[in-house]
Design a protein around this ligand. Sequence first.
Ligand SMILES: CC(=O)SCCNC(=O)CCNC(=O)[C@H](O)C(C)(C)COP(=O)(O)OP(=O)(O)OC[C@H]1O[C@@H](n2cnc3c(N)ncnc32)[C@H](O)[C@@H]1OP(=O)(O)O
Length: 333
Amino acid sequence: MLAFHRPARLLSGSAVRAFHVSRASRLPAILHPDLQAYKSLREEKAWVESSQSKPPPTISSLRICIVNLMPLKESTELQLCRMLARSPVASDIAWVVPNTYSGKNSTPGHLEKFYKRFNEVKGEKYDGIILTGAPIEHLDFEQVAYWKELQDFFEDVRKMDAGILSLCWGAMASLWHFHGVKKHITPRKVFGVFDHKISSKDRMLAIPDHVGIPVSRHTTWKRDDIISNPKLEILLDGPEEAGPGLVWDEDLGHAHMINHFEYDVDTLDGEYRRDLVKGTPTGEPIHIPNQYYPGDDPKNTPVLTWQTPGQVFYSNWLNTVMHRKWKREGKLS
Ligand SMILES: CC(=O)SCCNC(=O)CCNC(=O)[C@H](O)C(C)(C)COP(=O)(O)OP(=O)(O)OC[C@H]1O[C@@H](n2cnc3c(N)ncnc32)[C@H](O)[C@@H]1OP(=O)(O)O
């Protein structure tokens, strides 16, 4: 991501390190050893450590809370942990859902074993929060069963001065809560890989000027609603169809990312084939994902083009969280 802050020495050093793949330049993600993500990442040779034999916190350790509202929990856990495990900081990860969240598509027992509820983490201090998407963008926010709880959680996060990285529906929910920015239904599903332009090289350290990012949604932000708010800055801007991709709030240290750097190479393929079978909620014709299959032919295997910039994006976000933490703790002048 981004050196959302000015390119201070901490940020530039870490962003550069993110390009080096040796283990020495990274620190682990700390996970429950029974999570599938722990096992898969070990096989991938990413650095994960067991939460049951936790390495002692270092100056480069962060407490990260992931509010995972995605129905397919294990996929999202793996995708997000992959990004955190390849970064230059150690992330001690807590998984959290709202008190009233049922997780109707979750494996039975999964939430009980690996997740905490909002009421169980009340009073905890996290350095960074990741809030995922959820397939509920067709609902008004107030129709979401756990909306009131989420709003209370947002206010707790504001008090703990933690950085937020909000994703897709989570980004829409955050911008609505903190800034009153509305989401709007798009004429058709925005689906595929869309070219985004970075708006500031200083704030987007080591991200290419143009970067393709996976997008899958039926809603968007209006650019004018963001530009007219002096507290918000668009850091990644997509074409008209996709709209702004990443919005940064310097005061609160929040990054609102409406698209999906963390997606696997075949995630959009899976959604496309699911839509062909099940249809979309709006009943619209299913179109081939934009700039995804070589030759726009679904028989061809898609190519993973967003992983490296996506990795830098997540590392940079962690750096902004670290920077905020060190400032809070008086470690920076
Ligand atoms: C916009 C974004 O953020 S993109 C991210 C979302 N993308 C994805 O989740 C991709 C993968 N998802 C899928 O393929 C599908 O959602 C499936 C196959 C898992 C389930 O699809 P369906 O059977 O059509 O939907 P289903 O009726 O199970 O409801 C989907 C979710 O909406 C939730 N939901 C529905 N109504 C409400 C409501 N009023 N308040 C809160 N949650 C609601 C359901 O609880 C369920 O979430 P959960 O499994 O986390 O509990």
